[in-house]
Design a protein around this ligand. Structure first.
Ligand code: SF4
Length: 371
């Protein structure tokens, strides 16, 4: 079975594999690693453009390791799942300091690095070094569960264990085929054996796996993998304060573990229902509310009498994968900039916001509020 699967997949790839993606056919483990991390949770169309920008700014492992984290976060802005960017940076520094700047070939060593899981490690060594190491990302899990007729929940440990065994067993015999096989498996899962449109049950084309695919042979393609019932995503609210003085705005770097950790954003406070009412958000209220956080948490010496006006703006909605966020913005104008020396607070010119890492909805809000 292993022989059939790998060879059929490689032949399929020659005709139907994806072409033109900028990270394809690379042997440099650094370039492979960056693309693998970017492609986690981000669509190919988005990554295609952003990958080239990233590689232009950080063409080598050492250039990434030596860059300020703020530069990395700025370039990651809009890609989401920002822990990936922080881990890329930490990982690059670790490889420089602990592996003399060379990507390990050893899977265990790779997996011990920040942000590199077993599947990513497999992809790196298969593409870069022809190592017989399987991958098992979400697309591959679906392909293998259908091909082998495995019905278990794809999040379940036991199911994942079974899939790793299958993934290992059906690798090509010859290691030199590992890069093309790995790419073929990725392409097949992304374009052919897809969640809703498996080619074997559409009229578009025959699938080369049909005669050996258990899901197809037992008429269970639309049942494997098992669909999970979606629960309603919870929502939460915050108040955000766009504090501005002339051409400057005040930003705060978010805590590493917070949502959008490490990015700069507006001062944020827990939302209080009554504060969304413009009639209640007076200058005096804004002074009181801001003084609680800016004087309390950050021990700053600020003159709140410099707040001249406060306006509200339309609520900003943002949807994460598992929850929804509503942000209630307040535009606070000062008659002069506060003197700030807190390490996580900065004044920045509006004209320069493209240079720093901001959450995408905050960037859009700042751009629209300056018009
Ligand atoms: S036969 Fe259908 S379900 Fe099986 S691998 Fe091919 S596309 Fe996927």
């Amino acid at each position: 079975m292993a022989f059939i699967f790998a060879n059929a997949l490689i032949s399929w790839h020659a005709k139907h594999g994806r072409v033109g993606m900028p990270w394809q056919n690379k042997r440099d483990p650094y370039a492979i690693w960056v693309s693998e991390i970017m492609l986690q949770q981000t669509q190919v169309s988005t990554v295609s453009e952003r990958y080239l920008l990233f590689m232009k700014r950080f063409p080598t492992l050492s250039s990434l390791a030596n860059a300020p984290i703020d530069d990395v976060m700025a370039l990651w802005s809009g890609l989401g799942y920002y822990s990936r960017a922080r881990n890329l940076h930490r990982c690059a520094q670790k490889i420089m300091s602990e592996h003399s700047g060379k990507f390990p070939r050893d899977l265990d060593a790779l997996e011990s690095l920040p942000g590199i899981g077993r599947s990513t490690a497999g992809a790196i060594v298969a593409f870069a070094y022809d190592v017989h190491a399987p991958i098992l990302d979400a697309n591959v899990k679906r392909v293998l569960s259908r091909f082998h007729g495995i019905e278990g929940d794809l999040q379940d440990r036991e199911t994942i264990k079974q899939l790793w065994v299958r993934a290992q067993a059906q690798l090509p015999k010859v290691s030199i085929k590992m890069p093309i096989y790995t790419q073929a498996l990725m392409d097949f899962g992304a374009t052919w054996c897809t969640p809703k449109q498996a080619r074997c049950i559409s009229d578009e084309a025959r699938c080369p796996m049909m005669n050996n695919c258990l899901a197809y042979q037992t008429n269970r393609v639309d049942k494997i993998p098992a669909k999970k019932k979606k629960s309603a995503s919870p929502s939460f609210q915050t108040s955000i304060f766009l504090i501005q003085s002339g051409e400057f705005i005040l930003l705060e770097r978010r805590a590493p573990k917070a949502i959008w950790g490490g990015l700069y954003s507006l001062i944020e406070l827990p939302w209080e229902p009554q504060s969304k009412d413009i009639a209640l958000m007076t200058v005096r209220n804004a002074r009181k509310i801001l003084s609680k956080t800016l004087l309390g948490d950050k021990a700053l010496d600020i003159d709140f009498k410099q707040i001249m006006s406060v306006q509200t703006s339309s609520v900003i909605q943002h949807v994460f994968s598992h929850r929804r966020l509503q942000m209630y913005p307040y535009l606070v104008s000062l008659n002069q900039k506060w003197t700030i020396s807190h390490p996580n607070l900065i004044w920045i010119k509006r004209a320069n916001i493209a240079e720093i890492g901001l959450p995408q909805p905050i960037r859009v809000f700042l751009e629209s509020s300056s018009r």
